[in-house]
Design a protein around this ligand. Structure first.
Ligand SMILES: NC(=O)c1ccc[n+]([C@@H]2O[C@H](COP(=O)([O-])OP(=O)(O)OC[C@H]3O[C@@H](n4cnc5c(N)ncnc54)[C@H](O)[C@@H]3O)[C@@H](O)[C@H]2O)c1
Ligand SMILES: O=c1ccn([C@@H]2O[C@H](COP(=O)(O)OP(=O)(O)O[C@H]3O[C@H](CO)[C@H](O)[C@H](O)[C@H]3O)[C@@H](O)[C@H]2O)c(=O)[nH]1
Length: 309
């Protein structure tokens, strides 16, 4: 069923039709740059949706929740790997909505211990379903590294801009913990198992990452190897708000959820390339995308046009 979590009625309709044991709450706006220019849109959507959802869940006596949080709540940590008890520090409105949502959930559990909540802090999800049938298809200009790399590989973009080559890292580019979406998915089923089998889980938090840091250039090299395509690069300054290096401590998830990532960056790139070559224009196909782009160009002010060109 489709609905808007900012509309309580939409949620109530679903809860009238079905009885749920638990909810996995993925919905939210997630573009960091857009959140800086449109903070109210982010606060309004990402917070109101969560509050409405939890209110309707509570009324329907469904108090088991898994939430998509993000490693963005660690900001630039003092040291890596980040353990779940690190101080939380956000640098943009998107990140702040994740942190406020986490705080809301901690408060709700504190007020009503019947709530059982798992906060999953995702690191950098990439890759696709191994079938090549399900993958990431950004609706507008791709902000994240791998969707951009993919669009260069299929010829939709000419060149990848590498943001920053002067970080104190092994090749000067930023380090992240890339995790295969299939591993991320299995982390959710493990989190649900944990909720259902742990009466006193409270509001628990787990990192979903591999524990390994990879630079931008290493990630590009892995994609070149998997695809056989060239990825032309150009270098630009650091992207505002970017941190140098983040990767996950994985021990807590391993010990308490019985989960650890199985896939490495070669698998992520292989599966992402399989999706990309089968669906170079995503789910919508080339023609539909062109029509959409033309409409967008006509209706949007100049400053918003760049993505469609
Ligand atoms: N992809 C990442 O790099 C990453 C990293 C950390 C956390 N996350 C979080 O994981 C979740 C899923 O991310 P994704 O990559 O699949 O993003 P996505 O943008 O592909 O999917 C989010 C979905 O939420 C829906 N949505 C937004 N507001 C809604 C509302 N008010 N009512 C109903 N639906 C609404 C959107 O329409 C979209 O389909 C998000 O909460 C995101 O912040 C993602
Ligand atoms: O065109 C690009 C895009 C990204 N990068 C670099 O690639 C790395 C990864 O950037 P992403 O935008 O893919 O990912 P971020 O780590 O910046 O952010 C993502 O992961 C975070 C968690 O770690 C948050 O969840 C956030 O919302 C999500 O966008 C960074 O060093 C970035 O500077 C480039 O060089 N060129």
């Amino acid at each position: 069923m489709q609905g808007d979590l900012c509309k309580v009625d939409d949620i109530q309709k679903v809860f009238k039709l079905y009885r749920f044991e638990a909810v996995i709450h993925f919905a939210g706006l997630k573009a960091v740059g857009e959140s800086v220019s449109k903070p109210l849109r982010y606060y309004s959507n990402n917070l109101v949706s969560t509050i409405n959802l939890m209110e309707v869940m509570s009324k329907n006596n469904c108090k088991n929740l898994v939430f998509s949080s993000s490693a963005t709540v660690y900001g630039q940590p003092e040291s890596v790997p980040c353990t779940e008890d690190y101080p939380l520090h956000v640098t943009n409105p998107y990140g702040r909505t994740k942190l406020i949502n986490e705080d809301i959930m901690r408060d709700v559990h504190h007020a009503d211990p019947e709530w059982k909540i798992v906060l999953l802090r995702y690191f950098n999800p990439v890759g696709s379903h191994p079938s090549g049938e399900i993958g990431e298809d950004p609706m507008d200009y791709p902000n994240n590294l791998m969707p951009f790399v993919q669009q260069v590989a299929v010829g939709r973009k000419e060149v990848l801009t590498v943001f920053g080559q002067d970080y104190p890292t092994r090749d000067g580019t930023g380090i992240r913990d890339y995790i295969h979406v299939m591993d991320l998915a299995s982390g959710h089923t493990k989190a649900l198992d944990k909720l259902f089998t742990t009466p006193d889980i409270g509001c628990a938090v787990y990192n979903l990452g591999t524990g390994k840091g990879t630079t931008v250039l290493e990630m590009v090299a892995a994609f070149v190897k998997a695809s056989g395509k060239e990825i032309p690069l150009k270098y630009a300054g650091r992207r505002p708000g970017d941190c140098r290096e983040v990767y996950a401590a994985t021990e807590k998830a391993e010990k308490e959820l019985g989960w650890r990532a199985k896939f490495g960056i070669a698998d992520m790139c292989r599966d992402q390339w399989n999706w990309a070559k089968k669906n170079p224009y995503g789910y919508r196909g080339h023609q539909e995308l062109e029509v959409h782009a033309q409409k967008f160009i006509k209706s949007e002010p100049l400053s918003n046009r760049h993505w469609a060109l």
